[in-house]
Design a protein around this ligand. Sequence first.
Ligand SMILES: Cc1cc2nc3c(=O)[nH]c(=O)nc-3n(C[C@H](O)[C@H](O)[C@H](O)COP(=O)(O)OP(=O)(O)OC[C@H]3O[C@@H](n4cnc5c(N)ncnc54)[C@H](O)[C@@H]3O)c2cc1C
Length: 550
Amino acid sequence: MDSHSPSSVIIVGAGVSGISAAKVLAENGIHDLLILEASDRIGGRIRKETFGGVSVELGAGWIAGVGGKESNPVWELAAKSGLRTFFSDYSNARYNIYDRSGKIFPSGIATDSYQKAVDSAIQNLRNQEAESGGDHSSTSKVTEPPSTPIELAIDFILHDFEMAEVEPISTFTEFGEREYLVADERGYEYLLYKMAEDFLHTSEGRILDNRLKLNQVVRGIQQSRSGVRVVTEDGRFYEANYVVLSVSIGVLQSDFISFNPPLPRWKSEAITKCEVMVYTKIFLQFPYKFWPGCPEKEFFIYAHDRRGYYTFWQVRLKCFSILCLFCFSPGNHLLLFSWSNKETLKFKRFLFADYLFEQSSDLPLYDQHMESAYPGSNILVVTLTNGESKRVEAQPDTDTLREAMVVLRDMFGPDIPDAIDILVPRWWNNRFQRGSYSNYPIISNPQVFYNIKAPVGRIFFTGEHTSERFNGYVHGAYLAGIETSRAVLEEMRKERETEDGSQTQLPEPLLALTESLTMSQSDMVSNLHKCDIPTQLYLSGKRGITEAIL
Ligand SMILES: Cc1cc2nc3c(=O)[nH]c(=O)nc-3n(C[C@H](O)[C@H](O)[C@H](O)COP(=O)(O)OP(=O)(O)OC[C@H]3O[C@@H](n4cnc5c(N)ncnc54)[C@H](O)[C@@H]3O)c2cc1C
């Protein structure tokens, strides 16, 4: 085993939460930190690739929540970094729904199917609410599942592109209603490099600081009363006083990292309860454009008898200006439920029916400023989710290409050209991701969230899934990193105080004790808001890890 001198804090993961956590620590005088990143790059779920001659964002694409009273910190970073962004203007969005023979559904049928899906979603929510309140009788009604291809397509868009969020939706109430697409050749990830520049040595856009260690796959975290030892796949180990663990909820669920002592039951059970969404944008490049394109149509829907089967298609001709209408659930809010009055559920913000099922082609679909965003790249994007994402990830790209071409020929006829290239991101099969983002059930016990976020001894948890108000978003991850670092700094301060008054040495808090940890609901909520992490969860000890558990 190779070893390194101990650090104050090790941050596992160099996504946005890991980098923001490290930055706050450095700004507060913690310079002996170490960032261990499994992959060969920083950014995590913010990731660009060059495809068809342009930069495409495989992960996060939008800055959501802009233009409100409070400023979105990620928007501020983007402005400071000069990141190229475009306003996503949904005001004139239109698109068609095709059946398998290429016919466009009349708007009346589509609207009826939409209404049915909305009614059923509302009823399901009412049922869930009634059940969670212990009422199994009065409001509970069985809803009819979608059955026809068009119903399945709309149901897919309703539920898989959007997870219903409970109002108030913090991102939009706190930061504003607008969303901006990042369309910068340097990628969204450029923001992370700009952040890193503030505390790591960089040169010509590259991080040259040995406190960032790439290709360091963490497989074990061992802690004792006095420190933490982090063991990597290549047999190295690193020691520190604290660990900030920023890996995704999917990685935590996969048991890829072992803990010694094992995580207490309250923690591991909570981790299993958070759902993980898989969301896959597949990019296809063609020799020329054959689809109805800008400005008439920027996206189209395919209704198949298999739910979610290559349903949602987007044109990436000049930009993604409107595709985000359905693209990403936390950031796009076509179907957000208003929940403020428990008697009345209504869809908020976007009236689906106003946008959908439009057969006319005389309205501009995108901001004219976007014309110059990219030269015509003849790229189509089809979005798959969950089961379909996993299926496609497991097969060779040539099979996916073949399936996609059959679907496109169903819609546009046999004479369209073959795609010349395909890019299939694999968020699920990537052992450092295991999914795209966390999805807390609309009605869930807040204790689950609290337990996912709470530290265990010297191990602090961060990442988008630990952001109470903004989970699933880039700004959620960014703010979580800051909040977690502050909690670590506070713990360090307490530890210093304890060392100074060593007579009042704290007894070692028992990890086992945390097994039975429960808090009252009111304590829990106030702790969530204040980020006041309960002190009994901490181990106090001296710097160094002489007592590390091996
Ligand atoms: C397809 C897709 C679309 C999205 N669209 C949007 C959007 O439009 N707008 C928006 O705001 N958000 C969007 N998101 C969500 C956003 O990308 C995430 O919320 C955010 O980037 C998560 O950051 P993080 O730091 O919490 O986690 P991550 O970015 O996952 O960072 C964790 C890091 O830990 C590393 N790691 C994992 N395991 C180990 C290990 N064992 N050892 C060492 N390192 C490890 C990983 O490699 C990774 O770099 C999208 C996500 C996806 C996947």
